[in-house]
Design a protein around this ligand. Structure first.
Ligand SMILES: CC(C)(COP(=O)(O)OP(=O)(O)OC[C@H]1O[C@@H](n2cnc3c(N)ncnc32)[C@H](O)[C@@H]1OP(=O)(O)O)[C@@H](O)C(=O)NCCC(=O)NCCS
Length: 173
């Protein structure tokens, strides 16, 4: 299935937050890509968005004016020494999966990481999510480790792999 012909990938704006939150909350309720157990109220999503400025941008994929996927960079581990690393997250709404939208979103967020002069982008992926691991692998991410059964959701233990994409080492002091 090809992506919708009118697909647009652009920076997210506040008007997109309801749709982003709905896609996320579906995964909270039904999936194990996030180990969040409680749906996010919109107030939390709005606060989250204030933390995602130009240095940690959010992108959405839209078709027919509706948000059908999103991706973003987050600061990593909070300490300033990690300033040249970000974590990426990506989610495509269920009916639109496997249509090449994840590939386009991931390409966009990596491009943003390059423009920011990052040294690396990491992602944590539930170990059973072989589709996402494969998608990241195709962009040059390698699996650098695995946390065993750190998560529990739907009465089962879940492990996570950490994948990392190394970008050009920035010329910084
Ligand atoms: C994982 C996810 C982001 C992939 O996005 P997508 O738009 O469905 O993926 P794409 O169609 O762009 O797939 C690109 C390639 O990745 C791989 N891939 C993606 N999903 C796959 C799956 N379910 N099984 C196997 N390979 C898969 C394939 O190689 C695919 O290329 P192909 O279709 O030509 O074979 C999306 O399925 C999703 O949001 N899933 C639920 C949430 C989630 O798992 N997020 C990731 C958290 S780390």
């Amino acid at each position: 299935m090809p992506p919708p012909a009118d697909l647009v990938i652009r920076r997210a704006k506040e008007a997109d937050l309801d749709a982003i939150n709905a896609i996320y909350n579906r995964e909270v309720r039904e999936g194990v890509a996030t180990w969040e157990l409680d749906e996010w109220p919109i107030e939390r999503r709005i606060e989250w968005f204030t933390e995602h400025d130009d240095a940690s941008p959010v992108f959405v994929a839209t078709s027919v004016g509706a948000v059908i996927g999103f991706t973003y960079l987050s600061t990593y581990r909070g300490r300033r020494g990690y300033q040249y690393t970000r974590e990426n997250t990506i989610m495509v709404d269920t009916p639109y999966q496997r249509a090449g939208i994840g590939r386009l979103l991931l390409a966009r967020v990596i491009e943003a990481g390059r423009a920011l002069g990052l040294r690396s982008i990491v992602a944590w992926i539930t170990s059973t999510n072989t589709g996402s691991i494969e998608l990241h692998r195709q962009f040059g991410y390698t699996v650098i480790g695995e946390e065993i059964e750190t998560g529990r959701k739907f009465g089962e233990w879940h492990s996570a792999v950490e994948v990392q994409l190394l970008l050009d080492r920035p010329d910084v002091p």
